[in-house]
Design a protein around this ligand. Sequence first.
Ligand SMILES: *Cc1c(COP(=O)(O)O)cnc(C)c1O
Length: 224
Amino acid sequence: MQDIKSNIEAIRSQLPPHVTLIAVSKTKPNELLMEAYAAGQRDFGENYVQELEQKAAQLPKDIRWHFIGHLQSNKVKYIAPFVHLIHAVDSIKLLAEIDKQAAKNQRRLDVLLQVHVAMEETKFGWDADELFAQSKALLGFANARVVGLMAMASNTTDEVQLAREFDRVSDLLHRLHAEYPAHKNELRIMSMGMSGDWPLAVAHGSTMIRVGSTIFGARQYLNQ
Ligand SMILES: *Cc1c(COP(=O)(O)O)cnc(C)c1O
C-alpha cells in the first residue's frame, strides 16, 4: 500500500511556505483521505459534486474543500454552503449563479477564473482576449469574489512548453493587477501544477498546487 503520509511530507519538504498543497482526492475512499488528514493535510480537491457532498458530510469539518472540476451552474447550490474555493470558473453565467448562491447562504464565495493556456483545444477556460473583454464584469460581483487564476498545462513532458504556459498565467495575473489596481491584493492566487509538473509550476509562480496521484497513487475509473 502507498504511504500517503510520506508522500505528503516529501512534497511539503520541497514547497516554499507561501504555496498551498491541495490533495486531489477524487475517486478515493474516505479512509485514504483520513490518512492524509492524519498527516496534517487540510486542503482537499474534488471534481464531482455528488462525491464532494458525500465526503464533506462524512469527514471532519475543518477540511477546506476545493472544487477543481468543471462546474455546471445548476449544481452550484449543492456545494455553496460549505465549499472553500471554486477553481474552474469559465463563464459569466456560472459566476452569476455562484454570486446568487453565495448571497442565499449569507457568505462570500471565493473563485478562480480558469484560463486556457494549453495546446489542447478541448480544455476549458478563458482565452486572454475573452478574459479582458469581460474582466470588469467578472470582478464586479458582490458575493462571488475572484481571487486569482487557475490553469491546466498541456499534457506534455516538454518543460520549455510547460514553462511558457505557466508564465502566460502569471502574465495574465499581472495584466489584471495593472488594469485593476484596486483588486490587486485579492487577486493573489495562481492554481497551477499537478503530479507531473508541480515543481516547474512552483518555479514559475504557482501559489497553489493540485496533486492527486503522487499522494494517493494512480486513480482507477470504472467504465474506462
Ligand atoms: C485530477 C486533477 C488534478 C490532479 O491530477 P494528478 O495528475 O493526479 O496530480 C489536478 N487538477 C485537476 C483539475 C484535476 O482534475
